[in-house]
Design a protein around this ligand. Structure first.
Ligand SMILES: [Zn+2]
Length: 207
């Protein structure tokens, strides 16, 4: 799964389409909020500068590259990015908090098609975070470059997997990556690609 947290976090409120358009999450090992996508910051700041109790409070909104999906990270206490910034998956973008319409520290994490309120997409399916109250661990660790945008990734394409994490997936670059990982004479055979993909999934690929 791919959550905005490092290590363990808790789901405290489920996603219910139309009623609660995201998951409420609480970080257990860290309060850092990581971007879950490669994309561009569309907004970073207060929902209403004159009312810190309104709506999302301090929040960040990121459009995923090459998609109409816009991801929201709300109720933050701190924000480390600004509008127009490019962010990379796993980059720390803010700190969990309780700004806006919130009674305790948490992050409302949701995804809306084209960033339109009411156009909520099922964040649980997108992220792989179970839509069920409980404590989870998304497997992300500091320095784990192989972290996939969706670790429920079932594809067998190293090209797609590299694209997902924002790495040049051209043949020439794959050849370079292969040699860094002791796969000599890379020609793009299925066996070689599977080796690369398995390393990537384990977070062991040297890119
Ligand atoms: Zn919420």
């Amino acid at each position: 799964m791919n959550s905005p947290y490092y290590k363990r976090f808790k789901v405290t409120q489920r996603y219910v389409s139309g009623t609660h358009d995201g998951l409420d999450l609480v970080g257990l090992d860290s309060k850092d909020i990581h971007s879950t996508v490669n994309g561009k910051v569309l907004y970073a700041g207060w929902e209403n500068i004159n009312n810190s109790r309104q709506g999302f409070g301090k929040y960040v909104k990121i459009q995923k590259d090459n998609s109409d999906m816009v991801f929201y990270y709300a109720h933050l206490s701190d924000i480390y990015v600004k509008k127009g910034d490019r962010v990379r998956i796993t980059q720390v973008i803010g700190k969990e908090g309780s700004t806006g319409y919130s009674t305790g520290s948490h992050c409302h994490y949701c995804c809306r098609k084209n960033g339109v309120r009411g156009n909520d997409l099922d964040i649980s399916k997108i992220s792989g975070i179970p839509n069920k109250l409980g404590i989870y661990d998304d497997g992300y660790r500091e320095g784990n470059d192989g972290y996939l945008e969706n670790s429920s990734y079932k594809g067998n394409s190293i090209v797609d997997a590299l694209k997902q994490i924002g790495v040049d997936s051209s043949f020439s670059n794959r050849k370079k990556i292969a040699s860094r990982n002791n796969i000599s004479n890379y020609t793009g055979t299925a066996t070689q690609n599977t080796k690369l993909l398995n390393l990537l999934k384990k977070g062991k690929l040297i890119k």
